[in-house]
Design a protein around this ligand. Structure first.
Ligand SMILES: Nc1nc2c(ncn2[C@@H]2O[C@H](COP(=O)(O)OP(=O)(O)OP(=O)(O)O)[C@@H](O)[C@H]2O)c(=O)[nH]1
Ligand SMILES: [Mg+2]
Length: 584
């Protein structure tokens, strides 16, 4: 290919000379089918290209003008940023002139030129002036106008130079952008398999690339642009891709090849329409796709669309809304949310409208802060797929949180721990899973990240650093410790424990809290009892019998037996063959 490439779509009423003009400019007939040639009517999209001095290679997507084929026209212009608007000098402003223009306006097409064809038949002035007045009121604004004849060739050079001038102003799209390649044709080639064609609006496609189409993964086996084989091509360009991994029947006009991990495939979305009352049913056009949708008003210009089939969409996309029954382009809608919450409760729609009021307001693009305010907590991967730019740090893993919401959740964790304690006084604290469910959080890593001083995570539970016992247990434990301060090895007996209402689980809680130490079942002493026992046993002649140890420690057999066994196990005492022991 020589120099830059551009893609230009035609538009205009049936029979006004669009295809004739493309043929005169390129030397190629955009009407490919025998039926089109026989009837002199474009039925499907046509493609032709040529070198234009000062503009490099220009590809044309030639659209049909007949009112029956407006959906086909929309599939052709959907991904194309520049229009060649055709009006016949002897035809003037006609219904599909108006409908095509309304569509271009809804698509926000800003670059184009007006060509008044069939100028050999009559004065092009009135048709030109009428058309310019109409175009001026749309996103196209003031465009240059040229008169020509495809029959005599008059004015064609003027068309070329004006086209070059218009194309010089069109911004070059981001070659690194995620790819959403709208397919407008698919066919199979013997020996090569599936081939799809379309207009690549932005991003780059290269041999070997992996894409997702309709949930399937496909690989690019070959790339062509304008019948030339290339390694890679960046938008804007007409592209033909040879695909591996998909049957031709599974990828058709209206499907899109997507960079993996980008573009949410959704059949429900919230939008802001730029037009008044909408019918209950309409058709949504995006790229080369057209999908019927049900309309649910939320309030004001905000609307929920329920699509009959999912579309790959990002926040900020612009949809064209059309009423096929009345042959009317209704207007455009800006996509505000591609993963909206279900609306179940009464008044949910109105509340939702309030939430969305600021989204994409004043022409701003999608923004992270606003998404987080509404969603509270969302994965970075989801944000990227929604088309929301991700910046800053995740709170944990790939999770991003609204700062105010995060602070509020953090403040709620101690409440959850307190109320769990009230219900389960003998547990050291709620499990992470309990906190996750109570706060309705998506995973345990998020809970862990929320736990802050003086709380901490121990053995999968959220506990206080100082393990408080319930007041009654605390008082009973204090009484036991007071007894042990006097007689350190006289562990409380069954009766004493019963009087103090220290059952198995209360003792276990006191042990977990580190207030008592367990020697054996139902036998507890003050923490650090081993060191104290060793000190007491030093005063005894070595080796010593159980009864001597019992006397030195001032305790009963019930305590002395497990205590000495604990000392053996700790390697502090050694047991001789005659059952006597000595300190190591
Ligand atoms: N005299 C004259 N006839 C023209 C000119 N351009 C197109 N025509 C004729 O006008 C008729 C329609 O031309 P097309 O190019 O098929 O029109 P179109 O806009 O592509 O029509 P659709 O694709 O069906 O919407 C044909 O009979 C052409 O020969 C022109 O500049 N001068
Ligand atoms: Mg035509």
């Amino acid at each position: 290919m020589t120099g830059p490439t551009s893609v230009v779509a035609t538009a205009g009423h049936v029979d006004h000379g669009k295809s004739s003009l493309v043929r005169a400019l390129t030397g190629r007939d955009p009407d490919r089918y025998e039926e089109e040639k026989r009837r002199g009517l474009t039925i499907d999209l046509g493609y032709a290209w040529t070198d234009v001095p000062g503009a490099g290679t220009v590809a044309f997507v030639d659209v049909p003008g007949h009112e029956r084929f407006v959906p086909t026209m929309l599939a052709g212009v959907g991904p194309v940023p520049v229009v060649l608007f055709v009006v016949a000098a002897d035809g003037g402003w006609m219904p599909q002139s108006a409908e095509h223009l309304a569509a271009l306006d809804a698509l926000d097409v800003r670059y184009g030129l007006l060509v008044v064809t069939r100028a050999d038949l009559t004065d092009p002035g009135p048709a030109r002036d009428a058309a310019l007045a109409e175009l001026r009121r749309t996103s196209l604004g003031d465009v240059p106008a040229v008169a020509c004849s495809a029959v005599t060739g008059d004015g064609l050079d003027d068309v070329r130079s004006t086209l070059a001038q218009v194309l010089g102003n069109v911004p070059v799209p981001d070659a690194a952008a995620p790819v959403r390649f709208w397919v407008d044709r698919s066919f199979s080639v013997t020996g090569a398999g599936t081939v799809v064609t379309g207009t690549l609006a932005a991003g780059t496609v290269a041999v070997g690339d992996e894409f997702v189409v309709g949930g399937r993964t496909v690989h690019v086996r070959g790339v062509q642009s304008l019948e030339r084989t290339v390694d890679r091509v960046a938008g804007v360009a007409r592209v033909a891709l040879n695909l591996r991994g998909v049957d031709r029947r599974h990828v058709r006009r209206g499907d899109a090849l997507l960079t993996p991990g980008t573009h949410v495939r959704t059949d429900v979305l919230d939008v802001r329409a730029d037009t008044g009352d909408l019918p209950a049913e309409l058709v949504v056009h995006l790229g080369s796709a057209a999908v019927p949708a049900r309309v649910r008003p939320l309030g004001g210009a905000l609307v929920r669309l329920q699509l009959r089939a999912p579309l790959p969409i990002v926040v900020g996309d612009r949809l064209l809304l059309r009423d096929p029954a009345r042959h009317e382009v209704l207007g455009a809608a800006a996509v505000l949310d591609v993963l909206p919450p279900a609306l179940r409760r009464r008044g949910a729609a109105a509340a939702r409208a309030g939430e969305l009021a600021d989204v994409l307001a004043d022409g701003h693009g999608p923004d992270l802060a606003s998404e987080l305010r509404r969603r509270h907590l969302v994965r970075g991967a989801t944000l990227r797929a929604m088309g929301v730019p991700v910046a800053g740090r995740p709170v944990v893993g790939d999770w991003y949180a609204d700062p105010a919401w995060w602070a509020a959740q953090r403040a709620r964790v101690p409440e959850v721990v307190r109320s769990h304690r009230a219900q389960e006084p003998l547990q050291p604290g709620p499990t992470l899973e309990h906190v996750r469910r109570t706060l309705r959080l998506p995973d345990l890593d998020v809970v862990t990240a929320l736990v802050a001083d003086p709380l901490r995570v121990r053995d999968g539970r959220v506990v206080e650093r100082t393990d408080d016992l319930p007041p009654a247990v605390e008082r009973a434990v204090a009484a036991v410790l007071a007894d042990l301060a006097v007689a350190p090895f006289a562990a409380p007996d069954v009766e004493r424990l019963r009087d103090l209402r220290l059952g198995r689980s209360e003792l276990a809680a006191a042990v977990r809290a580190g207030r008592l130490e367990r020697v054996a079942d139902g036998v507890v002493l003050a923490p650090g009892y081993r060191d104290r026992a060793v000190a007491a046993l030093r005063a005894v002649p070595q080796p010593f019998a159980l009864s001597e140890a019992r006397k030195a420690l001032g305790t009963s057999r019930r305590v002395a037996v497990p205590l000495l066994e604990a000392l053996d196990a700790a390697g502090v005492t050694v047991r001789e063959p005659d059952d006597r022991r000595r300190l190591r």
